[in-house]
Ligand binder design. Structure first.
Ligand code: HXC
Length: 292
């Protein structure tokens, strides 16, 4: 990429400087030195799992605007990277994220929030087509819990704590907490958490369906990457269809959802990967998907 940029610059003298090309490539493929608040890498044996670590330890990964913009940028890069088949978002052992940045929000006015469509850019996490796994150790509170719930799968470390404590600050969840938590754990527990600000632990989160797996703290990220590798070994095209179909269950009636599922199922028959998957089964060999 860098060589290509250099050659193109020398031959065509483009307006975009070489440094910009190199830095875009570096941001995509290196260890995330371009970011202030997150660490971005590719993980897994085949380097096919995008890895985003929230890295604002002194503020327990409070989700300031800059951090969430960087998460959006990293997701854009992974979405465009044909080698990446799944994405893991994690924090530190102490905190996945302790919420939106209260110090940044403290003096905001209604006019600024409403006029500036405050927090609208957070939605990027829920619009990514590739499967996203949240690996939650420690606190996932307020916006931190909401960020985890925007992901497709949540794995929790044994000491994880989930909560929507906004009520204690005189506000309410604003990034999907009241909606996604209710769908995940049911009305009574969601109401209790949102109205009291009480947290639930990893075991309660598993029992209520908020998370799908509990892991020892030091194994959590490895397990999430393993899950990402499993997902990435399948067809990316068909994984996106599967994700779209499951997500539709939250939006549509049963009849509409079943119709969408059937159409997507039919669509897989237009892909080479569906042919390859079934041929591989019949020929008793491992499928080799080309994402076509
Ligand atoms: C900004 C935060 C923060 C936050 C923690 N910190 N949470 N800064 N925004 N959400 C900072 C503290 O100010 C402190 O920095 C440092 O992180 C360590 O925090 P402590 O409180 O000293 O740690 P501890 O005693 O261990 O308590 C941990 C905690 C507590 C229980 C997680 O920090 C806490 O209650 N945080 C707020 C949780 C919360 O209410 N989240 C919801 C936010 S509102 P300094 O420099 O001061 O020592 C929200 C709205 C979402 O998320 C709406 C849509 C996105």
């Amino acid at each position: 990429m860098a060589l290509f940029c250099r050659a193109a610059y020398l031959l065509l003298k483009p307006s975009r400087p070489v440094a910009a090309c190199i830095s875009a490539a570096a941001r995509q493929y290196s260890s995330g030195g371009q970011y202030d608040y997150i660490i971005v890498e590719k993980r897994g044996e085949k380097q096919n799992v995008g890895f985003i670590q929230l890295n604002r330890p002194k503020a327990l990964n409070a989700l300031c605007d800059g951090l969430m913009s960087e998460v959006g940028q990293a997701l854009d890069d992974f979405e465009a990277d044909g080698g990446v088949g799944a994405i893991v978002i994690t924090g530190s052992d102490r905190a996945f994220a302790a919420g939106a940045d209260i110090k940044e929000m403290q003096n905001r006015t209604f006019q600024e929030c409403y006029g500036g469509n405050f927090l609208s850019h957070w939605n990027r996490v829920s619009t990514v087509k590739k499967p996203v796994i949240a690996a939650v150790n420690g606190f996932a509170l307020g916006g931190g819990c909401e960020l985890a719930m925007m992901c497709d799968i949540i794995y929790a470390g044994e000491k994880a704590q989930f909560g929507q404590p906004e009520i204690l600050l005189g506000t309410i969840p604003g990034a999907g907490g009241t909606q996604r938590l209710t769908r995940a754990v049911g009305k009574s527990l969601a109401m209790e958490m949102v109205l009291t600000g009480d947290k639930i632990n990893a075991q309660e989160a598993k029992q209520s369906g908020l998370v799908s797996k509990i892991c020892p703290v030091d194994q959590l990220v490895l397990e999430a990457i393993k899950c990402g590798e499993k997902i990435a070994s399948n067809s990316k095209l068909v994984s996106a269809m599967a994700k779209e179909a499951v997500n539709a269950a939250y939006e549509l009636t049963l009849a509409e959802g079943n119709r969408l599922e059937k159409r997507l199922f039919h669509s897989t028959f237009a892909t080479e990967d569906r042919k390859e998957g079934m041929s591989a089964f019949v020929e008793k060999r491992q499928a080799s998907f080309k994402d076509k």
